[in-house]
Ligand binder design. Structure first.
Ligand code: DHE
Length: 539
């Protein structure tokens, strides 16, 4: 039997439109002890490497009845058979029999004996202090422009590299936790970078000293992290338990654990968390309930800290009766609930963070929600399943436009942010995942992540909305995810392969200036672009 990784991403809704595999779903809901033993062995052989010991999640999500509430068993059977687009979940219909697949599907809906609890005490107890921060120098121990550094995540051997963005030399290469996901987040001064792994570990790396200083396990299965604009708080969004955890960035101690439940008490996985700088708040995407959360943060201590807030939470809190004495430490991080018409789990924000564009992975509509009024102000027909988290904005013919790749169709959707109309769909050679630009570059770059052309990358002229060049830096190998240098003059691209590369392009001539071997490099993150929320990059 092949030991393909079983990355069953039930986190989003099933994407397979046709189904040609083993079709007979089992009606059985309970399994005998013998059947469980056999199914567990199947799970260990085929699924565990991605979905974790005891089905608690690792590279793939946890596979437990608690997390599968919105996912019907016959859909799970389809996914096991045919795999799942936009994830690394392969098809098993060639390697497993119909009854083995049915048995696996039954197994993942069987309650686990493992503990699914992970409390604030567990978080604190998990802490690993590698170095005493107070004993480390406060100046960088190497010579480089500290604003033009890059972190490059190498998924292939669970490492990351620190690169000099002027010389493209490696300043450090260090081990990370298993399967990092989402963007690492920099402290506002660019000294520290925080990583989240899918199995819940949060690591704090001191760039100046090139050391991982401390780590905690914030959850069993995590989605991503966001850092507050004052650099004090890190929020962790989790699938298991269903919660968000707010950590103190200085020592990674848990400040607050908030169960993700809607106002009726229904529990939800947390799809993602974001920082909204002008609002001084975190925004939380919830997967299983029709709510978006906003969690204002402040420095404890006096009303002065509220000056400049785009939205006066205190007035609303008083009117609506939600907790809001944000100056008191123990009342910090109240939840402001925004009810939505649909489940929204992938977000993009306008540059002022007043409007949120959200999509549910199973719907063909994007919704624009005004965060101040809590009202939906527009619907956008988005059929290709946009990957909004990778969207970027720029000025096109005197208007602000937003563009996003789509993970189901080969096109880039460009939207006018004044009236929320689609201005153009730019046809690409296949569905894409990531998109990038820089305010000083005339080009936007996007990958073809899925399908036979996944070795291609398109360069789009932002003033004409036309593809001006299609690159294929390493034919046959997936090329994906770019990031610009601080000045926008160079572009770093990943060849997403175990024998992969990081390729540096001149952003104007589109010529290759350097190739560096790397182990399945995925995302790369420039300090300056990230801490300044450069419009061409993800936030
Ligand atoms: Fe990601 C970012 C969700 C699968 C690599 N991905 C994000 C973000 C979200 C998200 C919400 C924004 C987080 C942030 O900025 O901190 N990703 C999802 C999914 O729902 C999806 C489709 C299914 C899943 O399994 O979770 C998914 N993502 C993948 C992959 O299969 C990728 C290609 C490989 C991997 O690492 O698992 C992948 N996602 C990434 C990367 C980023 C990311 C590299 C950061 C992009 C950036 O430039 O900021």
């Amino acid at each position: 039997m092949t030991k393909l990784p079983f990355l069953l991403s039930i986190s989003a809704v099933l994407l397979c439109s046709s189904f040609a595999g083993n079709t007979a779903p089992t009606k059985k809901t309970t399994m005998s002890a013998t059947e469980i033993v056999a199914a567990k062995k199947l799970y260990q052989d085929n699924c565990q490497s991605c979905h974790g010991v005891d089905r608690l999640g690792a590279m793939g999500p946890a596979l437990l009845p608690e997390n599968l509430a919105r996912f019907r068993k016959n859909k799970a059977i389809k996914v096991i058979n045919t795999g799942r687009a936009a994830t690394q979940m392969p098809a098993f219909n060639k390697t497993l029999t119909e009854s083995e697949i049915a048995s696996l599907a039954n197994y993942i809906y069987t309650p686990s004996k493992a503990s699914l609890k992970w409390t604030a005490s567990d978080i604190s107890a998990s802490k690993v202090q590698h170095f005493d921060q107070s004993k480390l120098p406060n100046e960088a121990q190497f010579d480089a422009d500290l604003m033009n550094l890059f972190i490059v995540v190498e998924l292939g051997d669970h490492s990351a590299s620190l690169l000099n963005g002027d010389t493209f030399e490696r300043l450090d290469r260090f081990k990370t936790r298993f399967a990092l996901h989402g963007g690492p987040k920099y402290s506002p001064d660019g000294r520290f970078v925080f990583f989240a792994s899918r199995d819940g570990w949060i690591s704090k790396y001191d760039i100046y000293n090139r050391k991982t200083v401390s780590e905690v396990r914030a959850a069993i299965n995590t989605r991503n992290i966001a850092i507050s604009s004052n650099g004090k708080y890190l929020i962790v969004g989790n699938y298991l338990p269903n919660n968000v955890v707010i950590l103190n960035t200085s020592d990674l101690s848990p400040l607050k654990v908030i169960d993700a439940k809607d106002s009726d008490g229904n529990s939800s996985r947390v799809s993602a968390v974001y920082n909204a700088p002008p609002r001084h708040s975190f925004i939380v995407a919830l997967k299983d309930v029709k709510e978006v959360w906003e969690i204002p943060y402040s420095d404890a201590g006096g009303v002065e800290v509220y000056k400049g807030w785009a939205h006066d939470y205190r007035v609303e809190a008083k009117a609506e009766g939600w907790q809001a004495d944000l100056s008191k430490e123990d009342e910090q991080f109240p939840v402001r609930r925004i009810k939505t018409d649909d489940y929204l789990n992938d977000f993009f924000f306008d540059p002022d963070y007043i409007n949120l564009i959200g999509t549910a992975r199973n719907s063909h509509n994007g919704q624009v929600i005004n965060l101040d009024t809590k009202k939906k102000i527009a619907s956008i027909g988005l059929t290709g399943m946009p990957h909004l988290g990778s969207g970027i904005t720029w000025n096109y013919q005197d208007k602000e436009v937003f563009a996003s790749p789509n993970i189901k169709e080969g096109k880039i959707t460009v939207i006018d942010m004044e009236n929320w109309n689609i201005i153009k769909e730019i046809k690409t050679e296949g569905p894409g995942f990531f998109m990038r630009s820089h305010s000083k570059s005339r080009y936007a770059w996007t990958d073809v992540f899925f399908g036979p052309n996944n070795d291609k990358v398109h360069v789009i002229d932002k003033s004409t909305l036309k593809i001006v060049k299609t690159l294929s830096p390493s034919p046959g190998k997936n090329a994906a995810h770019v990031e610009f240098t601080k000045d926008g003059k160079f572009v770093l691209l990943s060849v997403w392969d175990m024998e992969g590369e990081l390729i540096v392009y001149d952003a104007e001539t589109l010529d290759i200036v350097k190739r560096m071997p790397m182990k399945k490099p995925s995302g790369k993150y420039n300090v300056y672009n990230k801490i300044n929320y450069e419009r061409g990059t993800s936030h």
